[in-house]
Design a protein around this ligand. Sequence first.
Ligand code: SF4
Length: 129
Amino acid sequence: GLILITHDLGVVADVADKIAVMYAGRIVETAPVHELYASPAHPYTKGLLDSIPRLDQKGQELYAIKGLPPNLLRIPPGCAFNPRCPRAQDICRGEVPELFQVTEDDGTEQPGRGSACFFWKETLHGSRS
Ligand code: SF4
């Protein structure tokens, strides 16, 4: 087995079977590699994937996640990603989301898939559009 730690999701796609995405020292999404690329269930993962340059979007402005990673000595209360998250709502500023099991629309468990986001369903469905 091999554990690869990188900021480059493009590299991961070629060598990994499973991915755990971390933010501020915590796992925020886990998934088999192809499922994560096809339909991320956490806004941070979606932002990372949207930031990868694509040949079919040549000439368009590259997406960037707003803001900067937090100081690890002063992690924001609630979800650590909330100051940078386009989906953040009041609950995100007050509660830390657990790593929720990601399921299909009919409730079928997606093996190995988890998301530490209160709005993983909305993110998952938004990523498919
Ligand atoms: S819990 Fe809230 S702030 Fe955190 S990633 Fe999800 S929507 Fe964004």
